[in-house]
Write a protein that binds this ligand. Structure first.
Ligand code: HEC
Length: 396
C-alpha cells in the first residue's frame, strides 16, 4: 500500500476511532451518573411505577429523566438504542490496526521468538481477538457460569492476563499491549452486538406482541454491561501506552501490562462506588498505583557501560549513519517509510547536534530506537553515544 495514502487513512480512522470511543464510554459514564443521582419522584401524581427521577440542566435546557420499575406495557413512542458508537469504535480501531500494524508487520509486529515470522505474528494477533471472544462467551453463555459465576469470572481474568503476558513474549511490546487492548475492545463490542442488543430486541418484540418477556435476557445484558464497565478503564491506558515505548518495550513490560489491567479495573470500582467504596477497594487501588509507580525504577533499561574516553563526533556520525539514517533521512531507504518518521532527519551534523538530547533519550536511556532494533544497533554503540552525551556532545 502507498505509504502516504496509508498515513492519511490512519489519520481519518484514528479521528473516527477516538470520537466514537469518547461517545461510547461517555454514554456509559452518563448513564452511571444519572443512575447515581436518581431521587424518588417529588411531584404528586407521578406514575407509581416510576421509582426514580432526575431533573437535569444542560445546554440551556431542562431535562426530566424517569426510571421505571417495570417493563413498559407497550412501546408507543420511539425507543432510542445505544449501539452504533460501539460498532464504529471497533471497525475504525480494527482498520487502524490493519493499516498500522498488519500492513507494516515487518516493523511493528516484530516477533520476539525465533521461528515466528512477522506474518505469523499477524495470525497470532487475529487469533487472539477471535479466540478470546469464543472462550469468554463460552464461559458466560455456557455451562461454566451456570455452575459458578465466580469460576467464570476467575477464568475470564486469567484468560485476559495470560493472553496479555503471552503476547509480550511473542510480539513486539507495542503490538502486545495494543492487541491486549484490542482483545478487550472486541469483547466489549461483541457483548453489545451479540448479547446485549439481541436480548433487548427479543424483550421488546415480546412486549409488542403482548407476551411476557424473558427477564433472564435482561439479566444477561446487565451482566455483560458490568463486564464492559471493568474494561473501560484498562482499555484506554493500553491504547495510549503505544505512545510510550519505554513502557511497552521496557524490560518489565509484562508486569507493567498486568498492573495496567488490574489498576484499570480497580479504578472502575472506585469510580462507580465513589467515596462509599469498600475500604478493600480503596486499599487495592492504592496498592496497585504504588506498585505501578515503584515499577518506574526497575523498568528503566539498564544503563549502558560508558567506554571511558569521550568519542569523537566522527564516531557518533558513523553510528547514526549506520543505524538511524535508513529511516531518518529525507528519502528513507527503509521500504516502510516514504518520509522521515516524526520528520526527524539525522543526515546533517547540525541536526544530529540539535537533537542530541532526543537521540540520547531514545537510543541510550529507553533504547526504543532504532525501532524494533531493526538496524541491529549494538550495546557498544549505545555506550559510545552515552559517553559522547556525558562529554557534553562535542561537535565536529
Ligand atoms: C526502522 C526505522 C527507524 C530506525 C532505524 C530509527 N528510527 Fe527513530 N523513529 C522511527 C519511527 C517510526 C519513529 C516514530 C515513533 C513512534 O511513532 O512511536 C521514530 C522516532 C524517533 C524519535 C522521536 C522523535 C520525536 O520527536 O518524538 C527519535 C529521537 C528517534 N526516532 C531517533 C532515532 C535514532 C537516534 C535512531 C538510530 C539510533 C533511530 N531513530 C533509528 C523509525 C526509526
Amino acid at each position: 500500500m502507498d505509504a502516504w495514502l496509508n498515513e492519511w487513512a490512519q489519520l481519518l480512522f484514528r479521528w473516527v476511532h477516538v470520537l466514537a470511543a469518547i461517545a461510547w464510554i461517555g454514554h456509559a459514564f452518563f448513564f452511571h451518573s444519572m443512575e447515581r443521582a436518581l431521587r424518588p419522584p417529588e411531584v404528586e401524581g407521578v406514575d407509581p411505577d416510576v421509582h426514580g427521577e432526575l431533573w437535569m440542566v444542560h445546554g440551556g435546557g431542562f431535562f426530566r429523566m424517569q426510571k421505571t420499575r417495570v417493563l413498559p406495557p407497550v412501546f408507543t413512542g420511539h425507543l432510542h438504542w445505544f449501539k452504533y458508537e460501539a460498532l464504529f469504535t471497533w471497525i475504525s480501531g480494527f482498520l487502524l490496526l490493519v493499516l498500522l500494524y498488519y500492513v507494516n508487520h515487518a516493523i511493528y509486529m516484530v516477533p520476539r521468538v525465533d521461528g515466528v515470522s512477522s506474518g505469523m505474528a499477524v495470525g497470532i494477533g487475529l487469533a487472539t481477538l477471535v479466540g478470546g471472544w469464543a472462550f469468554y462467551d463460552f464461559l458466560w453463555a455456557g455451562p461454566v457460569a451456570k455452575a459458578s459465576k465466580t469460576a467464570a469470572a476467575v477464568l475470564t481474568v486469567l484468560m485476559i492476563a495470560c493472553t496479555g503476558v503471552a503476547l509480550t513474549f511473542l510480539l513486539s511490546g507495542r503490538a502486545a499491549f495494543l492487541h491486549t487492548g484490542a482483545l478487550l475492545g472486541t469483547l466489549m463490542t461483541a457483548n453489545v452486538w451479540m448479547r446485549i442488543i439481541p436480548g433487548s430486541k427479543k424483550m421488546v418484540a415480546a412486549l409488542e406482541k403482548g407476551e411476557e418477556p424473558d427477564l433472564r435476557l435482561g439479566a444477561v445484558g446487565h451482566q455483560r454491561s458490568v463486564h464492559n464497565g471493568y474494561m473501560h478503564f484498562p482499555i484506554v491506558v493500553l491504547m495510549i501506552s503505544n505512545h510510550y515505548a519505554f513502557l511497552t518495550d521496557g524490560p518489565m513490560s509484562s508486569v507493567v501490562l498486568l498492573l495496567m489491567l488490574g489498576l484499570g479495573a480497580a479504578v472502575r470500582q472506585l469510580f462507580y462506588d465513589g467515596w462509599d467504596a469498600h475500604i478493600a477497594v480503596k486499599g487495592y487501588v492504592g496498592a496497585a498505583a504504588v506498585a505501578l509507580l515503584a515499577l518506574t525504577f526497575p523498568s528503566r533499561p539498564a544503563t549502558v557501560a560508558s567506554t571511558g574516553d569521550a568519542p569523537t563526533f566522527e564516531e557518533v556520525r558513523q553510528i547514526v549513519d549506520r543505524r538511524c539514517v535508513a529511516c531518518h533521512a529525507k528519502e528513507p531507504t527503509h521500504a516502510a517509510f516514504t518520509a522521515p518518521p516524526k520528520n526527524l532527519v539525522l543526515q546533517a551534523d547540525a541536526t544530529i547536534l540539535a537533537n542530541r538530547e532526543l537521540i540520547h533519550t531514545q537510543a541510550v536511556v529507553t533504547k526504543v530506537m532504532p525501532l524494533g532494533n531493526l538496524t541491529k544497533m549494538t550495546d557498544e554503540e549505545r555506550a559510545i553515544l552515552d559517553a559522547w552525551h556525558a562529554a557534553g556532545s562535542p561537535g565536529p
